[in-house]
Design a protein around this ligand. Structure first.
Ligand code: ATP
Ligand code: MG
Length: 426
């Protein structure tokens, strides 16, 4: 993509409405724009990141054996009256009548709809086990939308729902999702800490929130120092080993569970939540199948959410510096930013064109700054939007066939021949 043709409305100044760094950087980097309180439009750069996050989630969900569906954003409120949750969600649920005066709602979550699909389409134990997921917009009329996409009113969520014959099956699904979540967040460059969550009577110990450490997080977090070591790349652990590590939302819970010198205290951003539901919805909505003995059996369920749009903010909170965003390669909107320092200079133009085409030929996403802005502005924009690699082409280097390759994260710069730079990026 050529920057001269790209819709990238970067802001030089810090927008006054943004209180936290991710919100500030998303606005400055031209990723999103607020339409009204808690509701955002995604611009090209932001949408690329959102899509990359979705892709990782899809790949990991598919690999776990889950199947993708897409449920409507609008639902009839009748289903919620049937499940008994019509009142419970209160004002968070946006309701409105259609032209026939039938009441609809904009989906805040989909337990009712998926259970309805299952009760009318699953017949016997042969239809099990199943895990159905979607990546779909939700609406919750939050009292205090804030921090940009972090707590929006309209937001993108991955939600999935598992169906099993018995508790053992549901538990297996739960554990599978636990491992899947750790893997998917790790692929996004995040160390997500699974925190046992209070799930009331139904969940038992089968409820975990996945928290990313950030000063601006809304949850309190107490955890084993090993999670910091994993994040800093000092140690690596299997998901099985991570399971054994201490993490809690309330230190008072288990003050003796961890040695004081291993205990870390921080704030966390909840990026995912897994939850054993039991028969809460299947019982009341009548989702049952016949088991091997031909006996009607109410299904065991679990639900598993990921805050897809919130993740964009959470990744920035976890990875930025004073100059801007530092994208992990897996979610970066482009892998390479190519900077032409003297547009119009025949050597610079030819070198850039050559690199641009070579990278594209290798399937590497590149944003080519072919604008006539001054050098300082070009560097500032590239640092702000945080692409993992920058290739800088100036007149002196172009003369010798040499370019500068900069790693956005480490800040390290090396002079290389065009061929060597291309080889390094490939
Ligand atoms: P929270 O405690 O943050 O309100 P929740 O318990 O209401 O979250 P769930 O219903 O479990 O959230 O939704 C699944 C995921 O969706 C959450 O883990 C979170 O990452 C994301 N999410 C929830 N509410 C919002 C919101 N208002 N804006 C953006 N993402 C959200
Ligand atoms: Mg909530």
């Amino acid at each position: 993509m050529r920057l001269s043709q790209y819709f990238l409305p970067v802001l030089k100044e810090n927008p006054s409405e943004a209180q936290i760094v991710s919100h500030r950087l998303m606005l400055r980097a031209g990723m999103v724009r607020q339409l009204t309180s808690g509701i955002y439009s995604w611009l090209p750069l932001g949408l690329r990141v959102l899509r990359n996050i979705e892709k990782i989630i899809r790949e990991e969900m598919d690999a776990s054996g889950a199947q993708e569906v897409l449920m409507a954003t609008l639902q009839p409120t009748d289903l919620w009256k049937e499940s008994g949750r019509y009142e419970a969600l209160g004002k968070e649920m946006l309701r409105f009548p259609d032209r026939a005066e039938r009441e609809l709602l904009y989906s805040p979550t989909c337990e009712e709809v998926i259970t309805d699909i299952v009760r009318t389409n699953f017949r016997s134990y042969r239809d099990l086990p199943r895990n159905l997921y979607q990546i779909q917009w939700k609406f919750r009329d939050e009292i205090r939308p804030r921090f940009g996409v972090m707590r929006g009113r309209e937001f993108l969520m991955k939600d999935s729902y598992s169906f099993d014959l018995d508790y053992e099956g549901a538990k297996k699904h739960y554990n599978l999702m636990y491992d899947t979540y750790l893997r998917m967040f790790a692929r996004m460059g995040l160390t997500a800490i699974p925190v046992r969550a209070d799930s009331g009577a139904i969940g038992g110990d089968l409820s975990h929130e996945f928290q990313v450490v950030a000063d601006t997080g809304e949850s309190a977090l107490y955890y084993d120092a090993a999670f910091d070591d994993i994040r800093d790349g000092k140690i690596s652990m299997t998901t099985e080993e991570m399971r054994g590590l201490y993490a809690a939302a309330d230190e008072q819970h288990k003050p003796d569970a961890i040695a004081k010198d291993r205990l870390r205290e921080a704030r966390g951003i909840e990026v995912g939540h897994i939850f054993y539901l039991g028969k809460k919805y299947s019982e009341v909505l009548g989702a049952k199948i016949t088991n091997k003995e031909g006996v009607d059996t109410v299904l065991e369920m679990g639900c598993y959410g990921v805050g897809v749009s919130r993740l964009v903010g959470a990744i920035i909170e976890a990875s930025h510096d004073d100059a801007g965003i530092i994208w992990p390669e897996s979610v970066a909107p482009f892998k390479v930013g190519l900077i032409n320092l003297r547009v119009g200079d025949a050597k610079c133009d030819a070198t850039c064109q050559n690199i641009y085409e070579a990278l594209q030929g290798k399937g590497i996403d590149v944003l080519y700054d072919d604008t006539d802005e001054r050098a300082g502005g070009k560097f500032a924009t590239m640092d702000l939007i945080g692409l993992p690699w920058q290739v800088v082409v100036g007149p002196k280097g172009a003369e010798k066939g040499v370019v500068e390759l900069k790693n956005r994260k480490s800040g390290e710069k090396v002079e290389l021949s065009v061929e060597a730079a291309l080889a390094k990026l490939a």
